[in-house]
Design a binder for this molecule. Sequence first.
Ligand code: ADP
Ligand code: MG
Length: 424
Amino acid sequence: MKQDLKGILQTHFQFHSFKEGQEEVISSVLNGRHTVAVLPTGTGKSLCYQLPAYIMTGTVVIISPLLSLMQDQVEQIRMRGEKRVVALNSFLERDEKLRILNQLDHFRFIFISPEMLQMESVQKRLNRMKIALFVVDEAHCISQWGYDFRPDYMKLGIIRERLGNPLTLALTATATRAVVEDIAQALKLKEWSEYISSVDRPNIALMAEELQDSEEKDRRLVELVSLLQGPGIIYFSSKKKAEESALLLRSQGVKGVMAYHGGMDQENRILIQQQFIHGQIDIICATSAFGMGINKENVRYVIHYHMPLQLESYLQEIGRAGRDGEKSVAILLYAAGDEALLHFLIESELPSDLQIDRMVQCLKEKTYTALWKEEESLVALAGLSENQWRIMSDFLRNLERANVKIEEALLNFKQFIKDRNDYK
Ligand code: ADP
Ligand code: MG
């Protein structure tokens, strides 16, 4: 078997050896075990589902959280000469979608967004074919403990069951115990194997610099960017600051700088991402919206102008440097008071009394199950932002686990917000 895997690695992928963890994960899957694999960014998680596709019979279905990610993977697979690959997402025209749906079993790889997977027509088609492997990429998005939580990912467990409990592989670079447990539980895996590799990235030098204030930070940023070679990513916790800094760098003669954040439209974001990947843009001034799953090997530096909200985000973000194994740096710029900004960001996202009241009204008679089922419409009804809902749902989920009745949980949440506001 070992020999076979190597052979396939060479003929289909033109790689000579496995990277750390790949062989273990692939073997686990081929032995028919549901598998949760935690491998650092850049170690080649995609191969863990792509290679088995050439051994198993049936289709590999990959759930991926971002359109741009999906597009990127599809292109890569096509470049290898594999034609039987398709992405099902909201970008498709109606006719195109129908055409693809009608010949779904023709494909070896089907990438699909979690929203699209919720459509009954799609589930029906999938149910009729043999799913060799059900892959959840960036699986930490399923966990409310994760910083990338996507409500749509919560539904994957039920969908998996509807699809007849296919063999499942969950992939992520986020390594905490709580997240791994959450992934397995949310996907309703009864038994599973896990492969968790070290998060150490020996080729990335980590540094932090303390500076007086934001003016000094700006000066240092310009200096660093002129000193450092190769493509780089600079992270900010505000969209405005990301844009301003892109302008600042340009005004200082730095070329190939663009801003990227969640406030920009989808098409523009994909364009910038593609240009960065293909080397037409060298430096991205971004918020945390940038980078998940980006497959660019030669990012030489990641600078944090602001520290991220969570240590895990920091790990994930610096992990985008040096995927090619070459020397790279991660530099954190710190000025006294930066934490206050983080606190402000968290606080300013708290729902208002009015919003909570509306939510309480909507939820009074409901069960938690109904709540998670109808969350989208309820959230819209109360006018909550994605982050506000994240804070609120985290809170409610904890109380649900503690068997607190929903009315009481809502009152608790209201009190929690009130305390916070008084404190401010
Ligand atoms: P991840 O999802 O873990 O961040 P990817 O699957 O995007 O990583 O792969 C990162 C890069 O590593 C890709 O360019 C891929 O072609 C390359 N790669 C994957 N497996 C191998 C291997 N066994 N040998 C060499 N390169 C590999
Ligand atoms: Mg990946």
